[in-house]
Design a protein around this ligand. Structure first.
Ligand SMILES: [Zn+2]
Length: 113
């Protein structure tokens, strides 16, 4: 997905889904949008790593399994590992925003995290 203008309605909904997230978290998700690529397999997305956003890897894999989003950054051992596990990462946030923009059903996320 290339640079996108996010309709205010979508952005509003995205913020409402994550009331406890900071504005900077929301902004980082938006910044990642152009790096989201849909996988060939349903429920899998690739997010290109962005050094400016603190990524150490060139690619992250986000999966939607059994009602939960998982990101490869949560599985790997790294300094921020434990913090990332507790907090939803912006890779997953970007995928959710990507799906909102595509008009895919999102209410399934609910209180999954
Ligand atoms: Zn992640």
């Amino acid at each position: 997905m290339s640079r996108v203008d996010i309709p205010p309605k979508i952005l509003q909904k995205f913020r409402e889904m994550f009331p406890n997230k900071s504005t900077s978290w929301i902004r980082r998700c938006i910044a990642r949008l152009p790096d989201v690529v849909e996988g060939k397999v349903r429920g899998v997305w690739f997010v290109r790593g962005n050094a400016k956003l603190g990524d150490a890897y060139s690619q992250y894999i986000v999966k939607y399994i059994a009602g939960k989003y998982m990101c490869s950054c949560m599985e790997r051992e790294r300094p921020y590992h434990s913090r990332r596990r507790k907090e939803l990462c912006t890779h997953v946030g970007a995928v959710i925003l990507y799906r909102l923009l595509k008009g895919e059903i999102i209410c399934e996320t609910g209180a999954s995290y």
